[in-house]
Ligand binder design. Sequence first.
Ligand code: FE2
Length: 271
Amino acid sequence: MKKIIHMSDLHVGYKDLGDRFLKIITNLKIQKREEAGDYVIIITGDLVENAHLQQDYSKVKEILNDLKRAGFDHVLLIPGNHDYGTGDYGDKKFVSIFKEVFYGDTKDYPRLDVIEGVAFLGLDSMAAELYWYDSLWAEGELGEEQLSRLQELLRTDEVRVCEKRVIYLHHHPFDARPFHELKDSRNLNNILTRAMAEGVSVDALLYGHNHAGEEHNGNWGIPHCYDAGSATQKSRPFYMRWLPWFKTNSSIREIDLGDDSAASSTILELI
Ligand SMILES: [Fe+2]
């Protein structure tokens, strides 16, 4: 079973964060040169700072292609709020552009990849977050259509026969602060809880968005729950930085699903 390297919130295009991301990937290639094939890399959104600057999509794509050429064949990613616009204002046109650039197809979310007996299900938590009024906050919303497709997928033989299941999305499903938690978090919880009651384990839930980089292992009965922080350490606006609950951590994690201990993740020092 492959191990996972989880990172998030790269924000390429903001100040020197493109250079920092390149450095992270360069160091990853050096550190794991001999074992590249042992990993699945998961990036939980906010690849770029501003989707309107399409050269930053290209820059991320180029760096990820280089990672694949180094033997990291499995790089899974989903969009965050910044990947569909400015972060505050999303534009529906970027939904198809993102798919075209990063997947080369037009498939709906959840995106399913089965790799060595593990089902990876990637969600778009911007799917129902692209109306004008969504610019007021940025909590994310999966929407009923995507959630019902997720429920159906979890009931398919292709997913049920897998040894483990990993769900990954951009927005935070557990943040109790007002306006910081995925809007339809309760519906996602219900679907995953029902799946587990039907005998389908959910082994990891991976997300980003809040840049805090914390663990929430055991929530919803899921052993591995991680917020990957901001890999490039994009800091909060100056007026928020002094508040202790708006801290920023990098928290790039190596996760071993083959180890059933709830604490089986390691923070990687890549920058
Ligand atoms: Fe972010």
